[in-house]
Structures are given as C-alpha cells and as structure tokens.
Design a protein around this ligand. Structure first.
Ligand SMILES: CC(C)(COP(=O)(O)OP(=O)(O)OC[C@H]1O[C@@H](n2cnc3c(N)ncnc32)[C@H](O)[C@@H]1OP(=O)(O)O)[C@@H](O)C(=O)NCCC(=O)NCCS
Length: 150
C-alpha cells in the first residue's frame, strides 16, 4: 500500500510543473542539468505511456517510468524505459511499486512480453528487475547513431 499522499498514475498532459519535475528527474538520470524539449515530451506523453509517482504533499512528480507498446510480428511487446525515482524517495519500496504498476498496466494493454535493458553497474535496478521475475536474455545489443555529429 502507498501512503495517502502518494499516487501512481499515467501522465496524460504536459503542464509547466510536469515539465519542471521531469527535467529534475532526467537531470538525476543524466547526472547533469537537463532540459527536455516540451514539444518532444508532449509527443512522448501522447504516443507512449508515461507513468508517474506523485507526492501530493509537495505537488510534485517524484518518480517516472515509460512504457512503450510495440506491435511486432511475434506479438504485442512492451519496452520499459527510464525508470527513475527521485534520490530522496529511494530505498522505500517505491521503485518496485512503480514497476508493478507499469507491469499491470502493460497486461491491461494486451502486452504479452516486457523487455528492458539495464547497464550492469546499476546494481539496485538489476536486483529489482530480477526480484520482479525479469530474466536475462543473452543477446548482442546493437545500436547505430544516426546523428551526423561525431
Ligand atoms: C532503480 C530505482 C528506481 C529503484 O527504486 P527504489 O525505490 O530505490 O527501490 P525499492 O526500494 O523499490 O527496492 C526494490 C528492490 O531493489 C533492490 N534494492 C533496493 N535498494 C537496494 C540497494 N541499496 N542495494 C541493492 N539492492 C537494492 C532490492 O532487490 C529491493 O527489494 P527488497 O527491498 O525486497 O530487497 C532507483 O534506485 C533509481 O531511480 N535509481 C536510479 C535510476 C536507475 O538506475 N534506473 C534504472 C535504469 S535501468
């Protein structure tokens, strides 16, 4: 059970406060001051499922996770991205609750498999995913940078 002031729900529209809170979380993620383009964030909110942990005592979003639904030839899959909890809120079971909410949300969307990637040095996150039953798939992970900049 969450404390009364804490609520997990999908973000459905962008406001100045939502933008500010998400920039604070992304700054913790990237370990430097970060500012996402509001138009791009609006697109993310519209086309994906941005799930947030709200602390109503402070009127702020204090954690997020993004769920992306992907209809593949092999079935409807879901990708979990950017699970981030504000540093002050970690270690109280809230990251796990956010993930459980995202998993249940994915089930309600008819998603049959969830996948995610996680750098091995993120010990807490790796432990959390394994606790929740995620299996490690031995595969090569490739990416291609399509930006022209070096
Ligand atoms: C990953 C993150 C969301 C976890 O949230 P959290 O609220 O701190 O984690 P919880 O309190 O819900 O703990 C859930 C499980 O994580 C693991 N865990 C939590 N704190 C841990 C620690 N200090 N050391 C090792 N494992 C830990 C445990 O398995 C724990 O379950 P348990 O309490 O039954 O042992 C949070 O630490 C975070 O935002 N980290 C930075 C961003 C990040 O790495 N995101 C993941 C990207 S792949």
């Amino acid at each position: 059970m969450l404390k009364n002031n804490l609520v997990i729900k999908r973000v459905t529209r962008l406001s100045d406060k939502v933008l500010e809170d998400i920039n604070l979380l992304l700054s913790q993620w990237y370990k430097k001051s970060y500012s996402i383009d509001p138009e791009y964030l609006t697109l993310v909110i519209k086309n994906n499922y941005l799930i947030a942990l709200y602390d109503y005592d402070h009127g702020s979003i204090v954690g997020i996770v993004t769920l992306i639904k992907i209809p593949k030839l092999s079935g409807v899959k879901g990708s979990i991205e950017h699970l981030i909890l504000d540093e002050k809120y970690r270690g109280q079971g809230l990251g796990e609750k956010l993930m459980v909410y995202a998993i249940d949300f994915a089930k309600s969307l008819g998603i049959n498999t969830l996948f995610l990637t996680c750098e091995s040095e993120r010990e807490v996150a790796n432990a959390l995913y394994q606790k929740l039953g995620f299996n490690i798939k031995k595969t090569n992970f490739y990416y291609l940078n399509l930006n022209n900049s070096k």
